[in-house]
Design a binder for this molecule. Sequence first.
Ligand code: URA
Length: 236
Amino acid sequence: MERLQKVMARAGVASRRKSEEWILSGKVRVNGKTVTQLGTRVDPERDRIEVEGRLIRPEQKRYFLFYKPKGVITSLSDPDGRPVVTDWFREVEERVYPVGRLDYDTEGLLLLTNDGELTHGLAHPRHEVDKVYQATVKGIPAKKSLRRLETGVKLTDGWTAPAKVRMLRSGKEQACLELTIHEGRNRQVRRMCEAVGHPVVHLVRVQLAFLTLSGLQPGEYRELSKEEIRRLKELL
Ligand code: URA
């Protein structure tokens, strides 16, 4: 349930201020009854809201899978004028927000949506949604270091939960690891690798739950299919 004027403003009817004026002057009906109380709460999905007899449509829920490039902030604005993820979504009418965050220097899969419930659910540690990262690290980690990453590493904010770790490639001076974690602590993968003596030089999130970057280049996005949305909701 949400405040009537907020729902009206979000549906693009008018600003919140204007919506309030309309409510106060008796131009707004909810389920056939005129409402003049500003605090009135409505269910945007179910209630029938009319402004001067015209039905307003609730904001449509949108779900995007974005390949965030490196050098972009996971935020809606940046005081220093650096690019932010929502710069790529200016032509989308609905206001979408990132689900969780990727560091400025991390690239990869980021969901953006205006579905607050899904955002909340995916961020909740209880749901243990897998996130898969490919980390290029300095040096070649020994088996023992990989095992430490797997079983848990002590960070300043406590031990990490068990993770899945695979060595994908190793060269002379660097190695590429695949880490699957379900926690979402700040800079977690970077801090885990650093803690075992192998700082990250490049980090990509390649998968979130069953969603992958397949078919996308950095800076590209696609809308999720109905089936993907259904499966995501089912996880929560
Ligand atoms: N772990 C990190 O260190 N950085 C990210 O952006 C995501 C996970």
